[in-house]
Design a protein around this ligand. Sequence first.
Ligand SMILES: *Cc1c(COP(=O)(O)O)cnc(C)c1O
Length: 346
Amino acid sequence: LLQSQLGGVECGAVVKANAYGLGLGPVARRLAAEGCRRFFIADINEGVLLRDTLAPHAADATIYAFDGVASGDEVSFDNHNLVPVLGDPDQIARWAAHGRANGGRRAAIKLDTGMGRAGLTPVEFDAFAASPADGLEVELIMSHLACADEPDNPLNRDQLARFRIARDRLPDARASLVNSAGIFLDPDFHFDLARPGAALYGINCVPDQPNRMAQVVRLQAKILRLRDVDSEMSVGYGATRRVPGGHRLATVAMGYADGYPRTLSNCGIGYVGDTEVPVVGRISMDLTTFDVTGAPADALNTGDSIELIGPHYDVDDLARETGTIGYEILAGLGARIARVYLGSMG
Ligand SMILES: *Cc1c(COP(=O)(O)O)cnc(C)c1O
């Protein structure tokens, strides 16, 4: 879908933060099998893992490190064939010196066009473009949109105008401006390479519009204990919720240590089949209790699962209830949760 939205423009993939919590190796291998050849990660550790996982499948893939290259990491960058995204004059000087001593090095340059976060200021960029450092092969110039998820925000056009000017000053480099949401803006924004992350993982990247992406993530919590309540009792830390006799409770192996947000205490929901079941009491580190009275009694046994993210209640629904965004939910899923991949992951 993203590739068709982009027409002939190349679609890369952002797999930072363990592929948004879903598992770097399997996700990257599958994307490579689908033809992806440009990947973005944040730091060197992610870059080393990604190069190792891709080596047998897509040795030709280019891996860009958003955080650039720290002093002392130059040899690791070389050994794993990583390309730093340089957004700071000192880093540019250092990587250029490394390049001069070693016959030249590939680089991406990041320009701040209005995000106010990372990247060269327009003044710094002008200085760089006026006399590009020897030793660098600048193959990519990139910038990042602050409000791509608000198609009518005028900052988008401002950033586009600034990016165009910069791009014209380094005409031999490819140019990349858009993240997931930017792919759904006007094709003027697309340039040569897109950098989607969230959309690949099913998050709705344009929250005011219906989600166009398939739901690719399900989160299920295994029932450790089913319990029929004889007479009214309280549940969980702080005894914040009382449950009357006749109700049925299911305690699952999922808590805030797994990234299931504690703010969902007494207000989260799960699903048993098509039946919505509420969280009762506080969420603890490893356990959460649901009132499953409404679910058909024969539908549940110890070892069955309650669905916390799925077709009835997707990652954006869960995030909204928590007061955050789907990105934070996925990236926060704990190491204890077993990732199970359906279909071939390469
Ligand atoms: C994380 C990131 C992306 C991906 O953004 P999504 O909104 O997840 O598509 C793209 N570019 C940069 C610079 C990023 O940091």
